[in-house]
Design a protein around this ligand. Structure first.
Ligand code: PMP
Length: 394
């Protein structure tokens, strides 16, 4: 069977990781992989996670199965963090999943079950796995304009022109905050206008939320999503706890399906449990339990919020340090758009050759499309990185 088997092309980010690891230059800078890093290059276990894990270790009496859709207490805890009071609980169906990727996959499976010919519209550009999963499932997809490489800002006119041509029953996939790979986010006014357009056209919004708390605040980062939920009867939300709780390898994710009526929510809940059942049966529970523990305990929650705030401030400080240094190096405001963007990522207007030159000549590593992870910078490396970018992109 596998004699003539051909492996798919490796993920380009894995190649960047490998080349970085093999580079002997001591001053190399990794702006590639999309994880949070401290100033000394670590991706730490958060304090509240450690404390919650200790509690689980001491109090857990069984490793017996939980439920196909996961623990309802987890749905309520993480769902509450995301939606607040925006949606009546009886209109919600929820599914615990292995990470945000699992939630995206199961959301697409649900769409396919409900309407096999629905086209899923993704932003240009988007997180590459959106397209990869849709293609694997054989689902129709198209993209809408979102970001202008010429201005390095949101392409608002293009976005609204394209949304106006999406057909009834199709799905528009949005990023909740900290757009990956551009960092260019929607304003509240944009969310409102999108809500109006999608509800008029009968389009289902799906919101992928992988960085709550990384932009401007835990609550403010979901204000747009909550506004949308108040305007549109049905919304799918996919949540990743990988960054927000630093639980990457424990695989914690949640799919929320907001339905028009309690009856629809009950039917969708049944479908979701079945979708988990025929994929892997029960979702992982350990990380989900840790998240539930943190969000349900006032002290743990306060400590988690404080640590997350520190992470957010560090990312923003590095963003500003790079923008300041680029101003000095270029004597222009050419890179000032960096300041307006959110989260770990921005995208340099660099060609593949320029990205390669940054790696070869300056030991600065990033994804081939010019995406940089600001958390890969430190106060010591920001200036040198800006000098290299200014010279490679001159
Ligand atoms: N969606 C987006 C937009 C992401 O950037 C990521 C993480 N790279 C995910 C989903 C999935 O994250 P995970 O599966 O690691 O929780």
């Amino acid at each position: 069977m596998f004699e003539h088997h051909r492996a798919p092309a490796p993920d380009p980010i894995l190649r960047v990781m490998q080349e970085f690891a093999e580079d002997p230059r001591p001053d190399k800078v990794d702006l590639g992989v999309g994880v949070y890093r401290t100033a000394d290059g670590r991706t730490p276990v958060m304090r509240a996670v450690k404390a919650a894990e200790r509690r689980v270790l001491e109090t857990q009496q069984t490793k017996g199965y939980v439920a196909l859709a996961g623990d309802p207490a987890f749905h309520a805890a993480l769902g509450g963090l995301v939606l607040g009071q925006a949606v009546a609980p009886d209109r919600l169906a929820a599914l615990a999943t292995p990470g945000g990727t699992g939630a995206v996959r199961q959301a697409f499976e649900l769409i396919r079950t409900a309407k096999p010919d629905a086209t899923v519209w993704t932003s240009a550009p988007t997180w590459p796995n959106h397209g990869a999963i849709l293609d694997t499932l054989g689902m129709p997809r198209r993209s809408y304009r979102y970001y202008s490489p010429d201005t390095s800002e949101l392409d608002r006119d293009g976005l609204f022109q394209d949304l106006a041509s999406v057909g009834a029953g199709d799905v528009v996939l949005l990023h909740g905050c900290c757009h990956n790979p551009t960092g260019a986010d929607l304003s509240l006014a944009d969310w409102q206008a999108i809500g109006r357009t999608l509800s008029q056209r009968g389009v289902l919004p799906m919101v992928d939320l992988a960085y709550q708390g990384f932009a401007t605040g835990i609550e403010t980062d979901v204000a747009g999503l909550r506004l949308l939920c108040s305007m549109v009867p049905e919304v799918l939300v996919t949540v990743s706890a990988s960054k927000t709780f630093g639980l990457y390898r424990d695989r914690v994710g949640l799919l929320l399906a907001i339905c028009g009526t309690p009856g629809a929510a009950r039917a969708v809940q049944g479908s979701l449990a079945w979708i988990n059942r025929q994929s892997y049966a029960f979702p992982p529970d350990h990380g989900a339990r840790v998240v539930t523990e943190i969000l349900s305990d006032a002290d743990l929650r306060a400590d988690w919020e404080a640590e997350l705030m520190g992470m957010r401030y560090r990312i923003r400080a590095m963003r500003h340090a790079l923008a300041d240094a680029l101003r000095r190096e270029t004597n222009t405001d050419r890179f000032d758009w960096l300041r307006a963007q959110n989260g770990l990522f921005s995208r340099l207007p660099a060609t593949a050759d320029q990205v390669e030159a940054l790696r070869r000549e300056h030991a600065i590593y990033m994804v081939g499309d010019g995406r940089i992870n600001l958390a890969g910078l430190t106060p010591d490396t920001a200036d040198r990185t800006a000098r290299a970018i200014a010279s490679a992109l001159s």
